[in-house]
Design a protein around this ligand. Structure first.
Ligand code: AMP
Length: 380
C-alpha cells in the first residue's frame, strides 16, 4: 500500500501516538479510536473516533475509515478486534491477541512451543492457591490471568500463610483464575521486539536490558550488558515465538535471564513496547516505522543499532516532585538528550507521561547521563 493509505489504530495511548508520528513521516494517514476526545494518539492522528473500546459500531467505523488496522494495547475486548478483522486486515491477527491477553493461554502456548517459563500453576480456589504455593515453594508471584499491566494485578507471596489473602485480594474465583508463579531470582531482565512480515521474514531489534521499579519499566539499556550467547538465545526465543504464533507485525517478548544462564519468558505483547522506545533514536528503523512498513506490505527497514542508547521513563512522579512543572530546559540542555512527552492531561504517580532517550559512546555512559537527565527534570 502506498503513501496516502490509512492505518487504523485501536487505542488512544502513547504507542498509538508514536506509531502515528512514524506513519505520518512516510506520508500515510492515521485514524485512532479511544474513549477520550483529547488523548496522546488523537493529538497527532488525522482523525480520532472518541468511543468506548467495546463500542462495536465505533470499531466498524475505524475499519471503514482504514485500509489496515492494529491495536496499541492488549487489554482490549477481543470481540471488537475480531469484528474489525472481518472488515479489514488486522495485524497482528486477533488469534495472537487472544494468546497474549491471557497469562494461562500465554504460558501454556510457550510450553507447547518448548520455550522455558517460570514454574507455574493455575488456581481457582484458596485451597488450590495454598497447595500451589506449597508445591512451588515460597516466595511466589501471584498474578491475575487477565487485565494485568505494569505490575498491576499481581502480588508477591512470601509464605504459605499469605496465599489465601493474595488470592482473594486479586479477585480470584472459579471463573477468574490466578497464576501462581515461582519467584525468579534473575540476573537480568531483557526484552526483544521481533518484527515479522507476511512472507515470514523476521528481524529482531537489539536486545534491551530492562530495569523495573515496582513492576513498571524504569530503564532500558542497549546493548544489554550480558554475553553475546545470552543475546543470541533471547533473539532465538523471540523469533521462535513470532513464528509459532504466526505473528505479522511486532511481538515484544519480556524475559528473565537466570543466574544459571537460562532464558525464561515472562510476558508477551503483540505490539510496539515501552522497552523498544529506544529504537526511535537508537536504531536505523524504529519499532513504530517497522510496524507501519509491515502493515502496509512494504519492505522492512534495517534494525541495526546506531549507537549505545538508554531510555528512562518519565512517570507522573516527576511532575509530583515539581508541582507539575518539571525542568525540561535542564533536560534539553544535555547534549544527546531526546525528550518525548505524550501529551497526557493529568499526571498521577506511576503514570507513564513520557521518556528521555540518551545516545552515547557506551551503554554505561549513556546510562549515567540518562539518570542525571531525569534527576535534572525532577529538581525544579
Ligand atoms: P509482569 O507484569 O508480569 O511483566 O511483571 C512486572 C515485573 O514484576 C517484571 O518485569 C519483574 O520485574 C517482576 N516479576 C514478575 N514476575 C516475576 C517472577 N515470577 N519472578 C520475579 N520477578 C517477577
Amino acid at each position: 500500500m502506498h503513501p496516502g493509505s490509512a492505518i487504523g489504530i485501536f487505542g488512544g495511548g502513547q504507542l498509538g501516538r508514536m506509531l502515528a508520528v512514524a506513519a505520518r513521516v512516510m506520508g500515510y494517514r492515521t485514524i485512532s479510536l479511544g474513549p477520550a476526545v483529547d488523548c496522546p494518539a488523537s493529538q497527532v492522528t488525522d482523525f480520532h473516533i472518541a468511543a468506548a473500546y467495546d463500542d462495536l459500531g465505533a470499531a466498524e467505523e475505524l475499519a471503514e475509515r482504514s485500509d489496515v488496522v492494529t491495536y496499541e494495547f492488549e487489554n482490549v475486548d477481543a470481540a471488537a478486534i475480531e469484528r474489525i478483522a472481518e472488515l479489514k486486515p488486522v495485524f497482528p491477527s486477533p488469534s495472537v491477541l487472544r494468546v497474549c491477553q491471557d497469562r494461562e493461554i500465554e504460558k501454556s502456548t510457550m510450553r507447547e512451543l518448548g520455550i522455558g517459563v517460570p514454574e507455574f500453576r493455575v488456581v481457582r480456589s484458596v485451597r488450590e492457591a495454598v497447595e500451589a504455593v506449597g508445591e512451588i515453594g515460597a516466595p511466589v508471584v501471584m498474578k491475575t490471568t487477565r487485565w494485568g499491566y505494569d505490575g498491576k494485578g499481581q502480588s508477591v507471596v512470601r509464605d504459605d500463610g499469605e496465599a489465601a489473602s493474595a488470592f482473594d485480594g486479586l479477585g480470584g474465583t472459579e471463573d477468574a483464575p490466578v497464576i501462581v508463579e515461582g519467584f525468579v531470582d534473575f540476573e537480568m531482565e531483557v526484552s526483544v521486539v521481533c518484527a515479522r512480515n507476511l512472507d515470514g521474514e523476521m528481524r529482531t531489534f537489539p536486545v534491551s536490558e530492562n530495569v523495573h521499579v515496582e513492576g513498571i519499566l524504569d530503564t532500558s539499556i542497549v546493548p544489554a550488558r550480558c554475553s553475546d550467547e545470552m543475546k543470541a538465545e533471547a533473539e532465538r526465543v523471540a523469533m521462535r515465538i513470532a513464528e509459532g504464533l504466526d505473528v505479522v507485525g511486532l511481538i515484544a517478548v519480556e524475559m528473565f535471564v537466570t543466574r544459571d544462564g537460562e532464558v525464561l519468558v515472562n510476558e508477551l505483547a503483540p505490539r510496539p513496547h515501552n522497552s523498544g522506545h529506544y529504537t526511535i533514536e537508537g536504531c536505523e528503523t524504529s519499532q513504530f516505522e517497522q510496524l507501519a512498513r509491515i502493515m502496509l506490505g512494504m519492505p522492512m527497514g534495517d534494525v541495526g543499532l546506531r549507537s549505545p542508547t538508554v531510555m528512562v521513563n518519565l512517570l507522573g512522579d516527576v511532575w509530583e516532585a515539581t508541582d507539575g512543572s518539571p525542568d525540561w530546559a535542564a533536560v534539553l540542555g544535555i547534549e544527546r538528550a531526546h525528550l518525548h512527552l505524550y501529551g497526557k492531561s493529568g499526571y498521577r504517580v506511576g503514570r507513564k507521561m513520557g521518556h528521555i532517550t540518551i545516545t552515547g559512546e557506551t551503554a554505561e555512559e549513556a546510562l549515567a547521563v540518562a539518570v542525571a537527565a531525569r534527576e535534572a527534570a525532577a529538581c525544579a
